[in-house]
Design a protein. Structure first.
Length: 104
């Protein structure tokens, strides 16, 4: 079993996982996600690598906050959201409402 980022199959699943571990309006997660995307954001949660836009102490607190919400069943919970009657839109989708980009 690999890291959480390795278990996610693409950007959509990574963003669903992040929505399950990050609080709404988490500014740090939003900044990191906007800079590097979902898969890399998940990887950074589980690594000691520098986080673009966050001071080392802020990155440590951010990692601790998100890592505390990662549970062993998270990959299964994410997988359950895929392929059902409803979908998940992400910014790369052509159906993504452009007005949402202004919300940050």
């Amino acid at each position: 079993m690999g890291t959480l980022a390795e278990q996610m199959q693409g950007e959509r699943m990574a963003r669903v996982a992040l929505s399950m571990i990050a609080e709404p309006n988490d500014a740090a997660s939003g900044r990191v996600l906007a800079h590097v995307g979902g898969i890399e954001t998940l990887r950074l949660v589980e690594s000691d690598d520098p986080v673009l836009g966050l001071a080392r102490a802020d990155a440590l607190m951010w990692r601790e906050r998100l890592a505390a919400r990662v549970t062993p069943d998270l990959p299964d919970r994410v997988a359950e959201t895929q392929g059902g009657e409803f979908g998940t839109l992400i910014p790369a989708d052509k159906e993504w409402p452009a007005g949402l980009d202004d919300l940050g």
